[in-house]
Design a protein around this ligand. Structure first.
Ligand code: BGC
Length: 350
């Protein structure tokens, strides 16, 4: 069916609902994009869980666009939701959308990505994103062993996403001492080189580095960056290289670009999400590792939290996250490093 027809039909559906005072929705879910397998995975996991729920739930995608996200929230508000579960496209920009929901008495649960600089977030369900970055960096450190002067290429996620900072912070915790002691030479970020003796970076120092290596969570942008880094690098800065890639989609793009360079003899590259395409890359030796975030747990946590809200139960949280405005009560889940050695056990068996 054409997109426009779907749009018109869903518009008519919403109108019909409000015209006949139809049943209100209980829970609205907004996910950022179908262009990345990660979020399609979340949708599928939600659908598995929702197959036998008594509550009415609707999932909408924002097509990577903040104004579509806002329209999605408006649509769900007009359908009478009591709980909104939302992965913000842009953690700062989403504030205005969730404030509209909050004004209607809707409980807002930030899902995987924190919404920043607003009071309108009630809860946050998330993986331990600092642990993700630490696991990626630890993998690279383990591969480098006791050798020195290893070329290190850094890449970060979209700086509109608070997680990108947490991933980078985790990676820096582990990489910085190894940059400072000469194990690694950072090739593609003069800001990281300038800050190589600084163990704890401020947000603005992180922004300085990440601004030079920002993939924007976009495959094409990741390729463009990697190509330009390889063009600037000398042959001596290639050979066996170490690459911090923030997630699987960007990892595959960057890995393919490095694989095409004649002066790169071997590369070690990180990832995250355990996307099926990347699991294949790992099996084939084209990507070195991924961080497995069991989306089933996150989906269950968010759903159970929503049900607890609807049923007036006490909400179970394990900590808080400062979103720049308030400390948001949160529930956090651990992650698992996956390489060729444990891919069968961790991915196929689970
Ligand atoms: C998520 C990652 C995902 C990335 C790009 C992050 O906020 O935590 O799992 O790969 O966004 O969509």
């Amino acid at each position: 069916m054409k997109k426009i027809t779907v749009l018109v039909l869903s518009f008519i559906f919403v109108l019909t609902l409000s015209a006949c005072g139809g049943e209100d929705l209980d829970i609205g879910i907004v996910l950022p994009t179908r262009d990345e397998p990660r979020w399609v995975q979340d949708e599928e996991r939600f659908e598995d869980l929702l197959a036998d729920t008594d509550y009415s739930v609707e999932i909408l995608f924002s097509d990577g666009d903040t104004s579509t996200e806002r329209e999605n929230v408006e649509t769900l508000i007009s359908q009478g939701i009591d709980v909104l579960i939302i992965t913000a496209q842009d953690g700062g920009a989403a504030g205005a959308a969730v404030e509209m929901a909050k004004d209607e008495g809707i409980t807002v649960i930030a899902y995987d990505r924190l919404i920043t600089d607003t009071e309108a977030v009630d809860y946050y369900v998330t993986f331990d994103s600092i642990q993700v970055g630490e696991a990626q960096a630890q993998y690279l450190v383990d591969q480098a062993g006791d050798t020195e002067g290893n070329p290190l290429y850094l890449y970060a996620g979209g700086t509109f996403d608070n997680n990108a900072f947490l991933f980078f912070e985790g990676a820096w915790n582990i990489l910085q001492p190894k940059i400072a002691d000469g194990t690694f030479d950072v090739i593609n970020s003069s800001e990281a080189v300038a800050l190589s003796d600084t163990a704890e970076l401020t947000r603005s120092e992180m922004s300085d580095i990440m601004g030079q290596i920002d993939t924007e969570w976009d495959f094409e942008q990741a390729i463009t960056l990697a190509e330009s880094d390889l063009t600037s690098a000398s042959a001596a800065e290639k050979g066996e290289v170490f690459i911090l890639a923030p997630n699987d989609g960007t990892a595959r793009s960057i890995a393919d670009t490095f694989a095409d360079d004649d002066d790169v003899t071997e590369y070690h590259i990180t990832g995250q999400d355990a996307e099926s395409e990347s699991i294949q890359y790992i099996i084939d030796g084209q990507q070195s590792m991924t961080v497995f975030k069991d989306v089933r747990i996150l989906v269950e946590d968010a759903y159970n939290m929503a049900i607890d809200v609807l049923e007036d139960n006490e909400i179970e949280t394990t900590g808080t996250y400062d979103n720049g405005e308030i400390d948001v009560p949160s529930k956090q889940t651990e992650v698992i490093t996956v390489t060729q050695d444990n891919v069968i056990e961790e991915i196929f068996d689970s």
